[in-house]
Design a protein around this ligand. Structure first.
Ligand code: ADP
Ligand code: MG
Length: 237
């Protein structure tokens, strides 16, 4: 089953999206402000106080998650594209994600292509964001712990990154919904992570295939045009 980034094509314009995201961030801020004002201006019981603070913290977390998922999503483009060597990039990404995986009792296995450099074109930060959003979802899909495997290969002039989890998996309908803004099945979800990932991958002329079995796990196969080594060498200068 594949989701061919089609959602991205039907995205509302970037400005509409920005408006709905600022709305999503403003809500928790308004709620939190209200509670802080209550705490300042009225006498409340210890119990109420605790309740107000807990709601405020949860709301602030939510705002933070929205910003984290959306972080680098501002019209992804190939402007300022750099040459990225994928063994090194994956090493960096795994370092970033490792603490989050350890917290969830998840083993991260990286199968790199160390003996050969694999180059693609893109903006480093956006590329990181696109993979981190996908990997984070994999980790979050394994509530009981599990294994996350990230594999890098090269095939027919394509760089191939495979991200596999042993988590709860998705139905065909859930796969179809992936990348739709604000589609989430999580209590604290933003429903923005996949949209951001798909947009970035598409801007980098990449493709993304999703295979999943409910109860077993999910596999993302992400493909980018590989830049041949001699050209990569001269593109560096
Ligand atoms: P969020 O993570 O905030 O919910 P995303 O756009 O990142 O938003 O993901 C949307 C939804 O897609 C998730 O809520 C989840 O239901 C589903 N999903 C994405 N990746 C996976 C995965 N690896 N395993 C199971 N479900 C997933
Ligand atoms: Mg997510």
């Amino acid at each position: 089953f594949s989701n061919e980034l089609s959602k991205v094509e039907h995205l509302q314009t970037v400005s509409q999206l920005a408006a709905s995201i600022s709305h999503e961030v403003r809500n928790p801020l308004t709620v939190t402000r209200g509670f802080i004002q209550l705490l300042r201006d009225t006498v409340v019981s210890e119990e109420k106080k605790k309740q107000y603070i807990n709601i405020s913290l949860a709301e602030l977390d939510r705002a933070e998650h929205i910003i984290t998922d959306y972080l680098n999503f501002a019209k992804p483009s190939m402007q300022n594209a750099e040459l990225l060597e994928l063994n090194r990039e994956l090493e960096y990404i795994v370092q970033v994600i490792q603490p989050y995986a350890s917290m969830g009792n998840i083993g991260v296995h990286t199968i790199k292509n160390d003996e050969k450099d694999i180059y693609i074109l893109g903006q480093g930060k956006k590329f990181h964001q696109s993979l981190i959003n996908i990997i984070k979802n994999g980790i979050e899909a394994m509530e009981q712990g599990g294994d996350l495997t990230i594999r890098l290969t090269e095939k027919d002039d394509k760089a191939v990154i495979i991200i596999q989890d042993t988590g709860k998996g998705m139905s065909a309908e859930q796969i179809r919904m992936l990348g739709t803004p604000f589609y989430t099945t999580k209590e604290q979800g933003t429903g923005l992570g996949m949209m951001v990932s798909f947009s970035i991958i598409k801007a980098m002329e990449g493709e993304c295939e999703v295979e999943s079995t409910p109860g077993r796990g999910t596999c993302f196969t992400i493909t980018f045009p590989a830049i041949p080594f001699p050209q990569a060498d001269s593109a560096l200068t």
